[in-house]
Design a protein around this ligand. Sequence first.
Ligand code: NAI
Length: 417
Amino acid sequence: MEHHVKDMGLVKKGRQRIEWADAEMPVLAKIRGRFSRERPLHGLRIAACLHVTTETANLMRTLVAGGAQVRLCASNPLSTQDDVGAALVEEQIAVFAIKGVDRDTYYRHIHQALDIKPHVTMDDGADLVSTIHSERTELLKEVVAGTEETTTGVIRLRAMAKDGALKYPIIAVNDAKTKHLFDNRYGTGQSTIDGLMRATNLLLAGKTLVVCGYGSCGRGLAMRARGMGAQVVVTEVSPLHALEAAMEGYMVMSIAEAAKVGDIFITVTGNRSVVRKEHFEAMKDGAVLGNSGHFNVEIDIPALSDMATGTREVREFVQEYRMADGRRLYLLAEGRLLNLAAAEGHPAAVMDMSFANQALVAEYLAKSGRSLEPNVYTVPSDIDQMVARLKLDAMGVTIDELTPEQKKYLQSWEEGT
Ligand code: NAI
């Protein structure tokens, strides 16, 4: 079987870590059990471009249990866990991913995943879709539909659909409630703090931590940073989100103001050049810069490099940039997703829900994908509800049901007090 991973000597470690994650992914395990009995994905070829982590491994195992043929490549050059790649190859799942590959190899891996001639593409950042539309248009003949895992990918795909450029339908898994209200918030919140701490070992208590972007991810990050004792500053461009942050008790200010007071800056906007030259100029000596947004464009790294009189790696994932006036700024993980590069990404328990959505959407596409027009769709709400119910079951949480009287009351407009 064709594959490209770092070292097959890492199989045992990978297998153990995948098993550890699996124990925290009961919803996906339940779906896997049903898939192996019913084989709803029989004959389906899936190309997946996702962060190659233990949680993704359990999604791949679920798709294979359902009867799919799968090829997996990485959705970021720094997020691959090499032991996971090896363990999946050992299970006969074709992986093309190595942590820290150069740009050419990264894109070669994407092409190799696409060589499966997919019916379904699974993206985290729309790389498969954009490669198919630009360089592999011959694949459009067979591709039925795709899924998209993250906000940035969904934004790109909606822009394509609006311009009439999107040639096949996509389900925005990111927009499922059981995805972005949990994975983006609790997952990114905790794991970004984890990445920050592993990379720097800084004490957060008493530090001023600036969160740029108070969306699904930023809310979680701000909440967890506050929990660690940091003074949290939020910067925003949306008046609504800024207002919400202010009412949550965070200090809200422009990035120009925040640049002067922050000890640590983390961007999670999905936008570019959020922290740039004029802000670097205002920062304190020792300021730390990290990003958990999808692309490494949120911090203007070329500008930082231009301004620096010298640079050196001071710890793994920490690059020092020395300014002409002697100040030092520290960039984490090359400005790439901090939680995945310097830590292990989201905890399995939260990816359980995101990837349960992916698996159930794959089943839905196998059944109904051919009837969809090229557009970006939300996850059918019965899938969203089912994932929430299964997760509550797995957590041993029971909830109430509406009584017939309550149902009637909620549907009527005549009843008053
Ligand atoms: P979102 O759309 O919910 O929030 C983004 C926020 O940033 C919005 O409130 C927007 O107003 C704000 N914003 C945009 N430009 C800004 C600027 N110049 N300055 C300050 N604020 C600005 O998006 P979400 O779901 O929070 O995702 C953010 C990014 O994180 C995306 O790139 C997404 O793909 C990525 N992501 C990363 C994950 C990870 O594991 N690290 C997990 C999930 C999403």
